[in-house]
Design a protein around this ligand. Structure first.
Ligand code: F6P
Length: 548
């Protein structure tokens, strides 16, 4: 292990043994200022990390770990446009896409902002023309539905955000998202739509992704069949870095919006990949969304480490992953409109940090990305919270909640917030055996029943969570939240010394799929040459299809 890191990790491990003797709840007993001391703010956005098994010494050691790993230098390199994505030889500059400051951003010595602004203005103008009805379909009618065809980073971001910001979508067409190569996805999405009033956006950084190209070809065929071949150009737009491939597909050049290889797919929502979102929420709201992210960039670059929210979040994640050995992390928004937020974060986090090789090619010396998962509360309370409260391995949670509702009833919202607060307190405090017995006794149960029931009703407590609270979920705050998690993930990648910006782990499956697809498509294709495990399954499928 890197020597400085090894020393600090050893100190953290020793301190953990100390801390493990004290419950999180008891840390509040000894420190009436704990809530204030263990929370950080960016304007209205509060990051409360008081309900963690952490004290100021643990925090100091974690900050030392960040320094040992050279976090400040690596952050500088990120923002300087250095080619930190070593295995692809690329800079990582999605922050340029939300730079509204007018300041230049250099990549390889060249200011990329003129191109960024030109494309941004072009796609936002296009979005406005779709919304206003200035641009119409082949029959002269306005568009009332927009279907984004893309997958991974070309789908999850705009799909999650369009849902999150639904109250801000007034006046725009409805946004739909088709991603899966499963034909059911496009069939079910298109079934209720009128193609003459539908615009398709083909979103693909590479414009080669099997799922997207297959869905794009199907959509094209459907439009040509319903409205005639000549109508295709009126019903398609595209977003890609591969403008030559888009041209081959036959999309009008004034409806093609580019971006650059220094924007990773899962970091591309800020680019024209956000077109479907921009059409849904409009130019002004989209710019607010960018502004929120830009302000979070500033917070990340300018705030001292001990008050820096992405840094604190990243370090707390490291504390549990590497010192406590917890393998999962839940993100639970108490906001139904953030229903796809955890799915979005799954790609952002696990495609970035789900790696076991360090930047230099050596095996990692620390465990990396935990499993990221979650669903909105309160629904989760009636599903998986059982495991959060009484499962055998604690799972740290991020609770996200707005102080005020947007286009929803105040009373419902007050109950929503109450549930969120109750859950994080319950996870921390638990209920011990003695209290359980007293409660059962007060309920008039017999000694024997109490003896039987009590162990099942004990809540171990001491289960950590953070709470992120903000005024309301609007475009500005959604922009802040996404950028917050982007930077948290970057911080962890620095501690783990991994490249968060490539994704070679997705390649092997893609390759095998193209090799074996012919044998699945053609029932008479020979199976020799295929792995027996796969050949066996293809053979079994053939027999089922044949009525066997
Ligand atoms: O297969 C993984 C991946 O490359 C993601 O990183 C990316 O977001 C997604 O596929 C879609 O890629 P594209 O935008 O090139 O179609």
């Amino acid at each position: 292990m890197r020597p400085a890191i090894a020393t600090t990790i050893a100190s953290l491990e020793a301190h953990r043994i100390d801390l493990a003797r004290r419950s999180i709840a008891s840390l509040f007993d000894n420190d009436p200022q704990r809530f204030e001391c263990f929370s950080a703010r960016m304007d209205d956005l509060l990051f409360d990390y008081s309900k963690h098994g952490l004290d100021s010494h643990a925090l100091a050691l974690l900050l030392q770990l960040a320094r040992d790993a050279g976090l400040e230098k690596r952050r500088e390199a990120l923002f300087a446009g250095d080619r930190i994505n070593l295995t692809e030889g690329r800079a990582v500059m999605h922050m340029a896409l939300r730079n509204l400051s007018g300041k230049p951003v250099l990549v390889d010595g060249k200011d990329v902002m003129p191109d960024v602004i030109a494309v941004r203005e072009a796609f936002l103008a296009f979005a406005e023309k779709i919304r206003s009805g200035e641009i119409r379909g082949s029959t002269g009618q306005t568009f009332i539905d927009v279907v984004n065809i893309g997958i991974g980073g070309s789908d999850l971001g705009p799909a999650m955000a369009a849902r999150a910001l639904s109250p801000f979508c007034e006046g725009g067409p409805r946004a739909h998202f088709v991603s899966n190569v499963d034909g059911a996805d496009i069939a079910d999405t298109l079934a209720p739509l009128d193609l003459s009033r539908t615009l398709f956006i083909i979103s693909s950084k590479t414009f080669t992704t099997q799922e997207t190209m297959t869905n794009a070809a199907s959509a094209r065929a459907r439009v040509a069949q319903a409205l005639g071949e000549a109508a295709v150009c009126d019903h398609f737009a595209a977003v890609s870095t591969k403008l030559d491939l888009v041209e081959k597909f036959g999309i009008r050049s004034d409806r093609v919006f580019g971006f650059w290889d220094w924007v990773g797919g899962r970091y591309s929502i800020w680019s024209a990949i956000g077109l479907a979102l921009a059409i849904a929420i409009g130019r002004g709201n989209f710019r607010e969304f960018l502004r929120g992210a830009q302000d979070m960039d500033r917070h990340f670059t300018d705030t001292p480490l001990q008050d820096n929210i992405p840094v604190l979040m990243g370090l707390i994640g490291v504390w549990y992953r590497n010192i406590w050995d917890y393998s999962a992390h839940a993100v639970i928004p108490y906001d139904q409109r953030l229903a796809r937020f955890s799915a979005y974060l799954q790609q952002l986090d696990m495609e970035s940090n789900g790696k076991s090789v360090r930047r230099g090619g050596e095996e990692t010396d620390l465990a990396t990305a935990p499993v990221i998962w979650g669903e909105p509360g309160t629904n989760g309370q009636h599903a998986f919270f059982q495991m959060l409260h009484q499962g055998s391995e604690p799972c740290p949670v991020d609770f996200l909640v707005a102080a005020e509702p947007v286009a929803a009833d105040d009373h419902h919202h007050a109950l929503l917030v109450s549930n969120c607060l109750a859950q994080s307190e319950a996870l921390m405090r638990g209920r011990n055996h003695h209290d359980v017995k007293e409660l059962l006794k007060a309920g008039g149960l017999s000694k024997e029943t109490i003896h039987q029931l009590a162990p099942h009703k004990v809540f171990p407590g001491n289960r950590p969570s953070s709470t992120i609270m903000y005024r309301r979920l609007d475009p500005y705050t959604l922009g802040r939240l996404i950028a917050l998690y982007e930077h948290k993930i970057f911080v962890q990648s620095v501690i783990w010394d991994i490249n968060a910006f490539d994704q070679w782990g997705v390649e092997l499956g893609k390759e095998l799929c193209s090799n074996l697809a012919p044998a699945v498509i053609h029932d008479d294709a020979p199976l020799n040459g295929l792995h027996p495990a796969t050949a066996g399954l293809i053979g079994y499928r053939r027999s089922l299809k044949a009525g066997g």
